[in-house]
Design a protein around this ligand. Structure first.
Ligand code: NAP
Ligand code: MG
Length: 498
């Protein structure tokens, strides 16, 4: 599809100026705070060059807060994937032979450039994906830089990572990422793969390609050898072509469990390696002895961070029955204070839902919950003529077997269940196909350690939630996937360890 971009003023050649929300501290007079410019059209990044899609097809990526197109982006197909895998294969031999210290230098350069372009990356992330600017500014972008810094440090120490066992890179990695943390997921994928000496073809999500493309500009400016990183934008069919391609030695996928299962089937019986980071239905346990106000803040952070578009979101609140009423009063009062609206307003707590499709998915699950007899409480939603928004919502009287308690909603919707004993809490928390995350609020630290071993979850937080660090491994059990990203363990996903 060809699109025409609405420009109010004549732009500089091939670039255009974007308007921000009024609350963004925009001051053209100050160095480094000028307008962010996007290209009208973005091509693939293949073999170190900007390459038009073989099929000649582009699509519009839109701002979910305004429904306006932001830029045209290449829609990749099998032929583009073929070119990208070929480029990555050509680059593999020299890149993998480079001393780790040299590879590390490139990664340090990328990390610093992310910091230098932090403001631009944060704004574009919020415009393209809908997340509040305070999150992209204070979380996504700094974490992305940290991830490159962290793995840059490993690049020359790989032989020490596995007790002296010999290691070698896998080859060409095909990496497919979702739309909820577009830049950060790209960093989680690229940094360890490159540090270990692999080359990469990255497929960003169709609704949020822009920051991965800006990252490819950073990579180009850092003068990585051509073909070491290739970015093919497009839809699910481009992802599927990458999975199918026999020249890909390793597939790393973050996304839905449904697509993860398809990918696992496609690779079954081959010698190609796979890691899957899939969905979740995190249990957030609050015990009677927990500091209540802090626990409420933790629960809010656990479910409403990034509009609830978080695979490890604490979407099932399990609260001890004796304090349930008191906690709910505080929770309902607190969600009324959350600002829902313009992602570029620095006071916004909950931005736009990433896409119309995702909004419809949330609405359908919420309607199913109401039909099943759960009780809904939503904060009022400011009237918006355009854009995709959903109010922070809490459901009580949720049955264990209901869709609200079982299915991943991936939106700002919390389901509340209660328990009377610790063993009942564990049983309910583990009553899910997923196994990605859990949180525990209690005054007894011994209970945190005890329960951490009993909860079937890849990450368990104690008296906090949604805390991340590049040195800490992340990943799932059960239908939340396998393999780890982050930390020393994240290196194993990109190496043959002898
Ligand atoms: P998705 O539909 O599975 O898409 C993920 C990525 O895969 C996108 O780039 C998508 O392209 C691509 N894709 C779609 N169909 C494909 C296929 N048949 N073969 C190969 N690639 C394909 O998931 P999503 O809706 O983008 O993301 C939400 C889901 O991701 C949630 O379930 C969430 O829990 C999960 N998630 C998990 C983690 C984790 O670390 N465990 C982190 C973030 C998100 P398109 O964009 O064109 O569809
Ligand atoms: Mg978009």
């Amino acid at each position: 599809m060809s699109i025409k971009l609405a420009t109010s003023q004549p732009p500089a050649p091939s670039r255009r100026e974007l308007r921000f929300g009024a609350a963004w501290p925009y001051s053209p007079a100050k160095e480094g705070t000028g307008p962010v410019r996007l290209r009208e059209r973005y091509e693939h990044f293949i073999g170190g060059e900007r390459r038009a899609p073989e099929g000649g097809v582009y699509y519009a990526t839109v701002s979910p807060a305004t429904e306006e197109p932001l830029a045209e982006v290449a829609r990749g197909d099998e032929a583009d994937v073929e070119r990208a895998v070929h480029a990555a294969r050509q680059a593999f031999e020299p890149w993998s032979r480079l001393p780790g210290l040299e590879r590390g230098k490139y990664l340090f350069r990328i990390a610093r450039a992310i910091q230098e372009r932090a403001r631009e990356l944060a704004i574009v992330e919020s415009m393209d994906g809908g997340k509040p600017i305070k999150e992209s500014r204070d979380f996504d972008v700094p974490q992305a830089a940290q991830t490159f810094f962290y793995y840059a440090g490993w690049a020359d120490k790989l032989t020490h990572a596995f007790h002296g066992r010999p290691v070698r890179p896998l080859g060409v990695a095909g990496q497919i990422i979702p739309w909820n943390f577009p830049l950060l997921m790209a960093a989680w994928k690229l940094a360890p793969a490159l540090a270990c000496g692999n080359t990469v073809v990255l497929k960003p999500a169709e609704t949020t390609p822009l920051t991965a493309l800006l990252l490819s500009e950073i990579i180009e400016a850092a003068e990585l050898p051509p073909g070491v990183v290739n970015v093919v934008t497009g839809f699910g069919d481009a992802g599927a072509a990458l999975v199918r391609h026999p020249g890909v030695d390793k597939v790393a996928f973050t996304g839905s469990t449904a697509v993860g299962k398809q990918i696992q089937k496609a690779l079954a019986g081959t010698r190609r390696r796979l890691t899957l980071e899939l969905g979740g239905k995190g249990a957030h346990l609050v015990f009677q002895d927990a500091p209540l106000d802090q626990a409420v803040e933790g629960v809010i952070q656990g479910i409403f961070f990034n509009q609830g578009h978080v695979c490890c979101a604490g979407s099932r609140l399990l609260v001890e029955e004796s304090i349930a009423d008191a906690l709910l009063v505080k929770l309902k009062a607190r969600i009324q204070t959350l600002n829902v609206g313009d992602p570029l307003d620095k006071n916004t707590d909950i931005g736009a839902i990433n896409s119309k499709e995702q909004l419809e998915r949330i609405q359908a699950l919420v309607a199913a919950g109401e039909a099943e007899g759960a009780e809904r409480y939503s904060a009022p939603l400011p009237v918006k003529e355009r854009g995709y928004f959903f109010p922070p919502t809490v459901f009580t009287r949720v049955a264990q077997s209901s869709r609200l308690a079982q299915e991943e909603i991936f939106g700002p919707v919390l389901s509340v269940l209660t328990f009377r004993t610790e063993s009942e809490a564990v049983e309910k928390a583990n009553n899910t196909f997923y196994g990605l995350s859990a949180g525990i609020w209690t005054n007894k630290s011994a209970r945190v350690f005890d329960l951490a071993g009993k909860l079937e979850a890849g990450v368990v937080w104690g008296n906090t939630y949604n805390q991340f660090d590049p040195s800490s491994p992340f990943g799932g059990y059960k239908e939340s996937g396998f393999g780890r990203e982050g930390g020393r363990q994240g290196l194993a996903s990109y190496l043959h360890v002898g």
